[in-house]
Design a protein around this ligand. Structure first.
Ligand code: ADP
Ligand code: ASP
Ligand code: MG
Length: 405
């Protein structure tokens, strides 16, 4: 008998037929005698719809109220999934994030998990019940409903798997696993059998939305091995775990595309110590995560600085930039532009040279102009025109022979 935590994403519970299908899959595990805890997302599209509805009433809605609103989506699917299980005679009970003891800080819309008590889940499992838990939501220490950032049901599942010491954590989604690139962008992308936490984390934080980056961070920190697989078939998926020695033989494991970035350029800033510190500190205080940064050598006592942020952070960043320019007594903000980021990721980069050259050559051959470059030990990223994002990803994917053989 195994304790299994499963997570079903928005598409997998998108309509009554799909919920019925998920219920049957859960029943198969329950019938085998396994103890099953299931985390579900909102139906696909629901979270976006709720956000749009709030913004139609107020372009800058209060974040606490947003959390109260967004938690509805997952609350609908826990009840419906449990009702569908009852219809096929599976004993089941639903639990909200709060009831499952997902305790968070009070950073509304992007709360961090502080503790997972599990509530009465163990008792319910002991009584032979399947427990269906709302993903994405938690409860702050002072009793407020919080949410864990977009894609946060992945984090709920991984955190519960850790807290309950589950034998298996399965993330069921609408693709067969983690691919060498988003199969919607690179048609010949190939499913990976396994990859390391570091690679999954870099792919996720570079735009591969198949896993929420924070969930991978949590899994790595607490050693939760998980499998990403399809809710539509029984094919084995992709195992994400600590790296094994043979994993370094592959130079580039995958390519990621992030089309959700905006570039800020500040010209004619005073060229003196502390300017970057003041700007990025102010952005940090407002919870803005800055991704790429370039500052060029100052001329005539003035410097230019460019950085990128996620689209949803643009209004907050605009405000900070204006305040900092006023406080510095110099600098002007140029119009912002949308950019796309294309990244190649692989732990083999630590031990092999020539990856950057091949990456840039592939982009050059595809006629893609590069605006910004950043690297980490296991990643190279470029900022480019969003109109060229797909061809750039396809070109890099082909250059490293990542496609189907
Ligand atoms: P869920 O609703 O199940 O959480 P998501 O939409 O969040 O599913 O994530 C699954 C999607 O992630 C896929 O449909 C795919 O388009 C996209 N994706 C991006 N990069 C990858 C990748 N490297 N491998 C697999 N899927 C990817
Ligand atoms: N429903 C939330 C979202 O769309 C959480 C999730 O699906 O993981 O971001
Ligand atoms: Mg997701």
């Amino acid at each position: 008998m195994a304790l299994i935590v499963q997570k079903y994403g928005g598409t997998s519970v998108g309509n009554p037929d799909r919920i019925r299908h998920v219920a049957k899959r859960i029943k198969a595990h329950h019938d085998r005698g396994d103890q099953v805890v299931v985390v579900v997302s909102a139906r696909s599209g629901v979270t976006n719809e709720l956000i749009d509805r709030a913004k139609s009433l107020n372009p800058n809605p209060d974040e606490r109220e947003m959390d109260t609103l967004l938690a509805i989506g997952e609350q609908e699917t826990i009840a419906l999934t449990t009702i569908a299980l009852h219809a096929i005679a599976v004993p089941a009970v639903s639990r909200t994030g709060a009831q499952a003891g997902i305790i968070t800080d009070d950073a509304h819309t992007r709360a961090r998990i502080l503790d997972v008590t599990g509530g009465d889940i163990k008792t319910q499992l002991g009584a032979g019940k399947v427990v269906i838990v709302a993903g994405f939501q938690g409860l702050s220490k002072d009793g407020q409903v919080t949410t864990l950032g977009r894609g946060g049901s992945d984090l709920s599942a991984i955190a519960l798997a850790w807290a309950l010491k589950a034998d298996i954590c399965q993330i069921y989604t609408d693709v067969d696993g983690v691919y060498t690139a988003d199969p919607r962008i690179v048609p010949d992308a190939r499913k990976l059998d396994m990859l390391s936490y570091d690679e999954m984390l870099e792919l996720a934080s570079s735009g591969s939305k198949v896993m929420q980056a924070r969930s991978v961070e949590f899994a790595q920190k607490y050693g939760v091995v998980f499998e990403v697989r399809s809710s539509f078939n029984d094919e084995p998926g992709t195992i994400v775990k600590t790296e094994a020695p043979n994993m370094e033989q592959i130079l580039v494991r995958g390519v990621a595309v992030d089309k959700n970035q905006v570039k800020f350029t500040l010209n004619d800033l005073p060229d003196r110590p502390g300017v970057a510190a003041e700007l990025f500190q102010a952005l940090g205080v407002q919870g803005v995560v800055v991704d790429m940064i370039i500052q060029n050598i100052g001329r005539g006592g003035l410097a230019n600085l460019t950085f990128t942020v996620a689209k949803e952070d643009v209004p907050r960043s605009e405000k900070v930039v204006q305040q900092v320019i006023t406080s510095l007594g110099g600098g002007k903000q140029m119009p912002t532009t949308d950019i796309a980021k294309v990244s190649a990721v692989g732990i083999g980069m630590r031990t092999h040279s020539g990856v950057a050259a091949k990456f840039f050559e592939a982009l050059a051959k595809a006629g893609v102009n590069i605006m910004m470059i950043t690297t980490s030990e296991i990643k190279i990223s470029v900022a480019i025109d969003p109109a060229q994002a797909n061809i750039a990803a396809q070109a890099v994917h082909a250059a490293f022979d990542l496609g189907k053989t």
